[in-house]
Design a binder for this molecule. Structure first.
Ligand SMILES: NC(=O)c1ccc[n+]([C@@H]2O[C@H](COP(=O)([O-])OP(=O)(O)OC[C@H]3O[C@@H](n4cnc5c(N)ncnc54)[C@H](OP(=O)(O)O)[C@@H]3O)[C@@H](O)[C@H]2O)c1
Length: 309
């Protein structure tokens, strides 16, 4: 492999998880022509169509379906759902060395702990995603920016390198010295909207019911207390601010947990509600409302996982 310092070096990037998020990132990176982009997938493809705000484009994309066939790369973008990280481990073990950087475009707060066992000492860069991505077909994705910065990461060497990598694409990266606060804010949004929509099988309109709204405030008050103990600079009125922000979303929107439940798939329980309850235990902070939600969500998600096997 050519060394990254070489002026002729063309960085290699493997995308693991070519869904809504990974597909958009793969297509936009490949379109720059600057990188050697490959997709690690379960069904092969050789071209990817991307629908975005500026229309549709398509790019050739090399894909692999067998982890044994891949070699170490400079960059991995891990874009599976959080509960699919273990199954992506076979790819990560083959793609990563200590010189690789793995950008984890996944929800949750525990990117480092979740991914470290699989990456042979590679650098891990946690990334929060702020664009909507949807896989429309095996070879087609649609993405929609919903915020000034589509990706948010840490303001260290890894985070800055990731921002440089994405710079030629339309996906803007914000690097933040207070990533811990931003990741908890994102967790709070998800921890209110996802369980309520998945458990009631109703879209975000359900959050406008006074009883569900009040329940969300309880969920968020517990979560914010835990987040503060973890070092997040969350304000006293954070729950109200999160709910105000959720009220600006269209009531017709679903959530990923809602869509996964509709599809009979397992969903990101442990990375969202589970992470709040686990962090609460670490700090001796009671989270009874989140614990009830966690029990109910696990019962559904784990049953879906058994049926899907
Ligand atoms: N979508 C959004 O708008 C959005 C927004 C913010 C944050 N996020 C977060 O971003 C992350 C990715 O979400 P997503 O919506 O892109 O998920 P997704 O559409 O479900 O895509 C995940 C992809 O990973 C693939 N995959 C799973 N295990 C694999 C394995 N072992 N080997 C190869 N491929 C594997 C799946 O392949 P198959 O197709 O073969 O199942 C699927 O295409 C999640 O943490 C999510 O919460 C998503």
């Amino acid at each position: 492999m050519t060394q990254p310092s070489s002026p002729t070096h063309r960085p290699s990037i493997a995308i693991v998880g070519l869904g809504g998020i990974g597909g958009a990132a793969a297509g936009l990176l490949a379109r720059t022509g600057r990188y050697d982009v490959t997709a690690c997938v379960r069904r092969s493809l050789d071209r990817l169509f991307v629908e975005g705000p500026d229309g549709v484009f398509d790019v050739p994309l090399r894909s692999f379906t067998d982890p044994a066939a891949v070699k170490p790369v400079d960059w991995v973008l891990l874009c599976t759902k959080t509960h699919e990280t273990d199954s992506a481990g076979a790819w990560l073990r083959r793609l990563c060395t200590a010189s690789t950087t793995v950008a984890a475009l996944q929800n949750g707060i525990d990117h480092q702990e979740r991914i470290a066992p699989f990456v042979n000492g590679a650098t891990i860069v946690p990334v929060l995603v702020y664009y909507n991505g949807e896989r429309l077909a095996q070879d087609r994705v649609r993405y929609k920016p919903v915020s000034a910065n589509e990706l948010v990461t840490t303001e260290d060497a890894g985070g800055k390198a990731f921002a440089d990598l994405m710079q030629p694409t339309p996906l803007h990266v914000l690097t933040s010295a207070d990533f811990v606060t931003l990741k908890w804010r994102k967790l709070l949004i998800n921890a209110a909207a996802n369980p309520m929509t998945a458990l009631t099988l109703q879209r975000q309109a359900v959050l406008r019911r006074p009883d569900i709204y009040a329940l969300c405030l309880e969920v968020l008050a517990e979560a914010a207390k835990v987040g503060r103990a973890e070092g997040a600079a969350l304000t006293d009125d954070e729950p109200e601010r999160i709910m105000n922000s959720l009220m600006t979303f269209s009531p017709e929107l679903g959530t990923s947990m809602y869509f996964d439940r509709l599809a009979g798939k397992p969903f990101e329980v442990e990375a969202l509600t589970g992470a709040i309850v686990a962090a609460g235990k670490r700090h001796g902070i009671a989270t009874p409302v989140n614990a009830v939600l966690l029990t109910l969500l696990r019962a559904i998600s784990e049953e879906n996982a058994k049926v899907a096997r």
